[in-house]
Every structure is written in C-alpha cells, then in structure tokens.
Design a protein around this ligand. Structure first.
Ligand code: IVH
Length: 677
C-alpha cells in the first residue's frame, strides 16, 4: 500500500509524542502521560509501521528492541581510546596529584575542578551521526570494544535522536551504563533460583547484560546510563570549552546526566564534596565507589594530555573498602588453573558495598596460620573494588568454645595427589598436570573472551567434558564430535552443534590470543600481545634466548623466565604440535623476508622525528618502540627524515616537516604499522 501524506504525518506525530513522554518518564522522572495512553499510542505507531515498513526509521521508539538475537558481536576500534582513571585513596594522594599536574606546566593557571560521582557500571561509547544514534560499543580494553548498538538502544535514557536543533555531523558520547541496585539484587535472586553463578557486583552484572546476545533480555534488565563525556569533530562545538559546559550540553541533547555534580575551586571543596557523598551515596539507588575529579578547562586538559593509561587531568578519589562482620561456616580450598591451592572462608551471607558476599579469600596457608581462623569464628571481611572479599581480622574474643585450628589439606581435594609447597613460595600447589581442577581451569581460560572466545564453553560444560573423559587437554577440544557432546547431560543436538561450530570457529583466532590462551604463568593478554608481535611465530618464540625475550620492551625478567621455561616442557611442545595439527595458526602471516629469529624489523632503515605530546606514550617509550622495530629516532627534521611522529601541540618541527613534505604518523598509526606484519 502506498503511504499517504496523512499517514506519514501521523507516524511523525506519534513518534514525537512517544519520544517526549519517554523522556519525561525516564530522564526527567516526571511523567506527562498515563501508561495506558502511552501503550495505545505505541501500538498505533507499531501498526502503522507494520503496514508501511518504509516509514520505519532507526530512531523510532519501536526500534529499541531488536527482532532477532544477534549471533555474535563484532569488534570495533575506538577512534579515541577510552582511558581509565588513576586512583587516589586519601587526601595526600589527591594533593600529590595536584602538585604533579601543576608541576607539568610552566605557570599555574586559574582552574576549577568538576566533581562527579564515580558510577559503578560499565563504560560505553555512543556515536551519533547527524543527531541519530548509529553505534554503541563497549569499552573493551579501551582500544577495541564490541559493537552492541541493539542492546544500547534498549536503554530508555539514551536518546535515539539528539534533541538539539543543529547536531554536529558526528559526535561521540561516553558514559556509564549501570544497573540500579534493586534490579541487580533481583537478577541475582533469579540466578540463585536457576542455580546459576551470581554476579559479584553491579558492575559485572551491567557488563554481562550489555553482552547479552538477545536484546529482549537486555530490555528486561532495565539498564540505565549516565552520560559524562562528549567528543565531537573539531570545530563542531566551539562554544563548549569545559567539562561543566559539556555536561550541560549533554543534558540538552536529551541524556541523563548525574545531577550530583559540583564545580569546585579547590581541593578543600573537592574533599567536602567527597565527605558529603560518603553518607549521601548510601541512599542512592545505584552504586558509587568514589568521586571523579576532572580539571574543568578543556585547554588545560589538552595541555596535560595522557599517560599510557590515564588522563593527567583527572583522578578517581575512592571511598575506602567496606568492611562487615560475619560468621565462618566452613573453610575450603579452591584449586586454580595453575594448580595453586587457595584457602577460602565460606561465610554467613552478608551485605558489603552493595552486594551479598558469601566467600572470602584467605590467600595462602601463611595467612591462615597468621589469622588462626576457625570454623565458627566471627570475622571482619573487606571488599575493595575489583578484589574478591578478604578476611581482615578474626574477633577471637567472640570465638565459641570447642573450635579447632584449621589445617590446610596435604592432598589435593580434586585428584588426591600430594600437594607441594615450593621453598620460598607462599603458594601450595597441586603439581599433577592431569588434575581435573587444573584441566578445568585451563579449558575455561582457553575458551574465555580474550583468549579463543569459544561461546558456550563455560565451567559447566568444561566439567562435563572432563568427567566424561572427552578432553584431557585443550587440543582435544578440536576433535570433539556433535554426537559425543549431544549425549552429555542437558546438552542435546542443537547446543552440541553450536559448540562444535564455536570450537571450529576458534581455529581462526589470532596468534596473540592463542598465546594468551595457553595460560603461560604471568602472560596475560597484554604480554601475549607484546610477545606475539616481537616473535611472530611460536617457533621463533621457542627458539628465542632468555636474553632476547627479556629485551622486549614491556617484558620483565620474571615473565621472560616463565616463557623461556614453558616452551621447553615436553608436554607443552606436544600441545603446540597438536594444536597446529588441528589447524590453529600459531604465527602471524607475514612477508617472507621477515622470518628471522629477530623481533619484527618493519621500520628497518627508517628515520623518525617525534614532536608534540603523544596521546598515550611518553617520548622515550615511543623511541624504544621505534628502535625495537629497527627504526632510528633523531632530534631534528632533515631531508633524510622518513616520518614525523606527531602528537598534540606540535611546534616548529611540524612546520618544517610540512615544508619538506615529510609524511606524518599518529601514535595509533605507528602502533598499527608495527602490529601489521
Ligand atoms: S571519566 C578519561 N567519569 O570509572 C576519562 N569515568 O576507573 C575517563 N566511571 O572507565 C572516564 N563514573 O567506566 C569518568 N563520572 C565518571 C565516571 C567514570 C564511572 C568509570 C568509567 C571508567 C572508570 C575508571
């Protein structure tokens, strides 16, 4: 049926009414329409859109929930990295930060701080083109995140269309997606009923929800969002010169901006704000773990720039970890992926920093003896940010009679082999390489998101595969059949097929992820990446001398030692061969010329000059990276210069390079160049 102008107008009208009502309800918390009326209008719009699908626009209120679940998320590279924040835990650290940033400047200018509450959620980045939301992405590791637009659209406080008249052609809004505390508790109660593992805190729950493939589920979870930064193309918002102004503009654009912000003229005022919210935050419906202090003036921010990880112009002042008393019901040990045996206290559930806590780590046997913790004891537990709760103190005066000193087990609770405690080490270990706990841990790690990212292979399935003797090592995963898996408890053909497909897909993962997945002690994903770039194949890494591994920028002695030893263990050599035979590529494909035993020499013979402030690297770091890739760094521009590595606020070198027509590279381009091989 052809669209009549009347219908077209009706659709536009309905959208506007619904958008206004939604904004009033969700952002302003001040409803202007009865729920029933809203539903009716919504249905009218839905009907019209169904009849005339050509009228559907991405910013229509009906488009907040997707029809079909996504099969997976794609990676997106952030144009500007999402930095993290340095932490300060007390006034001295805060004052030191102030001295530090001021020392960096020649003259101390007039300045103000914007104080915002630090929301305990998950950072996301939203891209608007000509005022329409076109992309939403998770923070990921700050450089690369995942595209989760459909999920983000379900957050009712995120406008699908900016409510300002002349939106810039492109703008990126960042902020925190979070779960209100009551929703968080509800989700965990539901998970308890279903026998699923609980989310440790609202942050994990928010991050987990954002990564749900089915946007219908996300919509039920009632995520919310506070906007806190605005990045727009140069010149698009000349009037915005400060963080405070950008928060106001964000609000005009239709975002929910946390109302509890304050412009402060000094650290004394900042601390008063911090104190005020230490009490105030207990009544907020969402969790905050500190205050973010930002220099207000954009020019000043720009002058100070960034360190490798943090902006120099902002800091998070954290509230101290919360403590609470509870009673120990049991003491158990947990055997991890590396065989490390960690004693844990199982306690009467207690509320701590907004979450329910039941277990706390006791770290190692020394700590157990030091505390003399016993079943029945009343203890104080503490939770600090990321860290698993720990037992701080035993209240021995409250100890009931008849308790006995806890003895660490001498045999592994999972495989009954004798536990060892290497001399000079605090950790007790199970050294049986076929211990099911170690195997379970290595499979879960192998399948984890930053490693081979095998969806559907979590703890439950790992246990099933091990118990049924289907997997003795991660390479066995690649010979599993649908039939074998379909026969396992609660699996069925459909999920077996999905799992086999996901495992097969994982063969395409890159070398650095595989290297991380191998679970070499001390090799986290960052180190794996560095190693993979310096030794672009497992053969090169295996043949590398200890010295050449240690010489890699970012790799210390201990890591080098661990890698050097790992590649020499016969079982590990066999594992690598089996993985290669299964079709995994333990190398980067690269030009034939670069097959030597040397780290990547892609910049060989090239001369660089560095100018300006780089977004994340210090100059000496950039120099080292260039030199490691075979390049040379000189101090002044000449005809012989091949590239100018260009940061912000560059001066005369840039002018000279432009005159000589010398190509310019940004930090990201340099890093990409080195990574591409
Ligand atoms: S500003 C470069 N403001 O805290 C600026 N972050 O520990 C970096 N966060 O990754 C972020 N509330 O997820 C900023 N008002 C706020 C925040 C906030 C929460 C989170 C954010 C960030 C983390 C750093």
């Amino acid at each position: 049926m052809t669209v009549t102008p009347k219908n077209k107008q009706k659709v536009a009208q309905l959208r506007e009414q619904l958008q206004k009502a939604g904004y009033a309800y969700y952002v302003l918390d001040n409803p202007i329409m009865e729920d029933g009326v809203y539903d009716q209008l919504y249905r009218q719009l839905q009907d019209l859109e169904q009849e005339y699908p050509e009228l559907i626009t991405p910013d229509s209120p009906t488009q907040r929930v997707g029809d079909k679940p996504a099969s997976q998320f794609t990676s997106v590279k952030h144009n500007i990295p999402l930095y993290s924040l340095e932490n300060a835990f007390n006034s001295e650290e805060l004052a030191k930060w102030e001295t530090r940033w001021q020392r960096q400047l020649e003259d101390i200018p007039e300045f103000a701080y914007v104080c915002e509450l630090k929301i305990d959620g998950s950072a996301i980045a939203l891209t608007y083109e000509n005022g329409i939301l076109v992309r939403g992405a998770t923070r990921g590791d700050g450089v690369t995140g995942e595209e989760i637009t459909q999920n983000i659209k379900t957050i009712r406080t995120i406008p699908l269309k900016l409510s300002i008249d002349h939106p810039p052609s492109r703008v990126e809004v960042r902020g925190e997606a979070f779960l209100p505390l009551d929703v968080f508790e509800e989700i965990n109660q539901e998970r308890t009923r279903l026998g699923e593992t609980l989310f440790a805190n609202p942050r994990n729950a928010a991050a987990g929800t954002l990564r749900q493939l089915d946007s219908k589920i996300v919509a039920q979870r009632k995520l919310n969002f506070f906007a806190y930064t605005l990045h727009s193309d140069e010149g698009a918002n000349e009037d915005i010169k400060s963080q405070w102004q950008s928060l106001e503009l964000l609000q005009q654009m239709g975002f929910l901006v946390n109302p509890n912000r304050k412009l402060c003229q000094s650290l004394v005022e900042v601390e008063a704000y911090f104190q005020e919210w230490d009490t105030g935050r207990k009544n907020l419906p969402y969790m905050t773990d500190g205050v973010v202090v930002k220099l207000d003036d954009y020019q000043l921010q720009q002058k100070l720039g960034f360190t490798q990880k943090f902006p120099r112009w902002a800091i998070a002042l954290k509230y101290p970890a919360e403590e609470a008393p509870t009673i120990v019901r049991d003491i158990i040990v947990n055997v991890g992926r590396t065989g490390a045996v960690t004693p844990m206290a199982v306690m009467q559930p207690v509320q701590l920093a907004g979450t329910t806590v039941q277990r706390a780590t006791l770290h190692n046997s020394d700590r157990v003896s030091e505390l003399d913790i016993r079943v029945g004891d009343t203890v104080i537990i503490r939770k600090a940010g990321e860290i698993i709760p720990e037992v701080v103190k035993v209240l021995t005066e409250l100890r009931p009679s008849g308790t006995v000193t806890y003895q660490m087990p001498t045999i592994c609770p999972e495989c009954n082999s004798i536990l060892v405690r290497p001399k000079n080490e605090a950790v007790t270990r199970c050294v049986n390489s076929s211990c099911p706990a170690i195997l379970r841990g290595s499979i879960i790690h192998w399948a984890s998101r930053n490693a081979l990212d095998i969806r559907g292979l979590g703890e439950r399935v790992a246990i099933l595969l091990i118990e049924n003797n289907l997997v003795q090592s991660v390479d066995d995963l690649y010979s599993l059949t649908v039939k074998q898996i379909a026969n396992l408890e609660r699996m069925g053909t459909k999920s077996a097929e999905n799992l086999v497909r996901a495992i097969a897909e994982s063969k395409k993962q890159t070398y650095d992820r595989i290297l991380y997945g191998l679970g070499i002690r001390l090799v986290g994903s960052v180190n794996a990446n560095i190693l993979a770039k310096s030794f672009p194949s497992i053969e090169e890494l295996s043949q590398a001398s200890f010295e050449s591994i240690e010489a890699v920028y970012g790799i210390g002695e201990e890591i080098a030692q661990s890698v050097f030893e790992w590649v020499r263990v016969p079982e590990n050599i066999a594992l690598i061969q089996n993985l290669q035979a299964a079709g995994l590529e333990l190398s980067y494909s690269m030009p034939a010329s670069n097959t030597s035993n040397q780290p990547n020499q892609i910049l060989s013979g090239k001369t660089f000059v560095i100018t300006g402030t780089l977004p994340s690297l210090q100059r000496n770091e950039a120099k080292k990276i260039i030199e490691q890739a075979g390049g040379k760094v000189t101090g002044s521009i000449s005809k012989k210069t091949d590239y100018l590595l260009l940061g912000e606020n560059a001066g005369s070198k840039l002018t000279k390079a432009e005159k000589l027509g010398i190509p310019q590279l940004s930090e990201t381009e340099l890093l990409d160049l080195i990574a591409e091989k």
